[in-house]
Ligand binder design. Structure first.
Ligand code: ADP
Ligand SMILES: Nc1ccn([C@@H]2O[C@H](COP(=O)(O)O)[C@@H](O)[C@H]2O)c(=O)n1
Length: 208
């Protein structure tokens, strides 16, 4: 069998990366797929006290374990299983859990900085960047982080001003230039999703 297809999905926090990935999978009717969230590869911080974990810049490329992610993608490309870390946003570190992931024909990896690392970028067959204006992303992030990530409004606002917004403009937005497709998530994007689905099917057909 030919190597698995690798799709990278970047975009600012709460731009709609996970939502767009789900739309692609639903439209394409794909099942033999692994979805990896780059968030699971934030560095382990269990040896740091909680007050120090709060202060880390989680929107800087150095906060992620790209060596481990690269190694894991290479293993999956060789049809080898991996033991993937699982991140705990409420504890600001990796959880005790490990997820055993079996190789599949399609590997989708999503994350704010997934197109920032040149070695990981080179593994992609298709690269996507999801676009959404800062204000809408901030509102969606605020609602999500209070509901799902155990964060207070004050903490969300402080983090957004101190790191999330400046790092987006410094490190994340510039990676748009590496994307094959830009998906606007503030307007209808059904055609962009259709084009990606068609491309996935074409590549899979050629690799049979
Ligand atoms: N087109 C959209 N319209 C309204 N809400 C959306 C849309 N896309 C995503 N959302 C919502 O915004 C939040 C962040 O979306 P998500 O896909 O999780 O973003 P990301 O994976 O980029 O962080 C979620 O609560 C999601 O339901
Ligand atoms: N302990 C952490 C780790 C990361 N974050 C934030 O998560 C954002 C990326 O996740 P998305 O699902 O929004 O793409 C990123 O902007 C980090 O600021 C965090 O708040 N706490």
């Amino acid at each position: 069998m030919d190597k698995p297809l690798v799709i990278l999905v970047a975009g600012g926090s709460a731009s709609g990366k996970s939502t767009v990935v789900q739309e692609i999978l639903d439209k394409a009717g794909l099942e033999d797929v692994i979805i990896i969230n780059h968030d699971d590869y934030y560095l382990d911080q269990k040896d740091l006290p909680m007050e120090k974990r709060y202060l880390i810049n989680y929107d800087h490329p150095r906060s992620l374990d790209n060596e481990l992610l690269y190694k894991d993608i290479k293993a999956l490309l060789n049809f080898e299983p991996i033991d993937k870390p699982v991140y705990d946003f409420e504890k600001f570190t990796r959880s005790e859990k490990i997820e055993h992931v079996l190789p599949k024909k399609i590997i989708i990896i999503e994350g704010i900085l997934i197109l920032e690392n040149p070695r990981i970028r080179e593994l992609a067959d298709i690269s996507i960047f999801v676009e959404l204006d800062d204000d809408t992303r901030f509102i969606r992030r605020m609602l999500r982080d209070m509901k799902e990530r155990g964060r207070s409004l004050e903490n969300i606002v402080l983090q957004y001003q101190k790191t999330v917004k400046p790092m987006f403009h410094k490190y994340i937005k510039p990676t748009k230039r590496y994307a094959d497709v830009l998906i606007p998530n503030d307007t209808k994007h059904a055609i962009a999703v259709d084009l990606i689905v068609a491309k996935i099917k074409q590549i899979l057909g050629e690799r049979k």
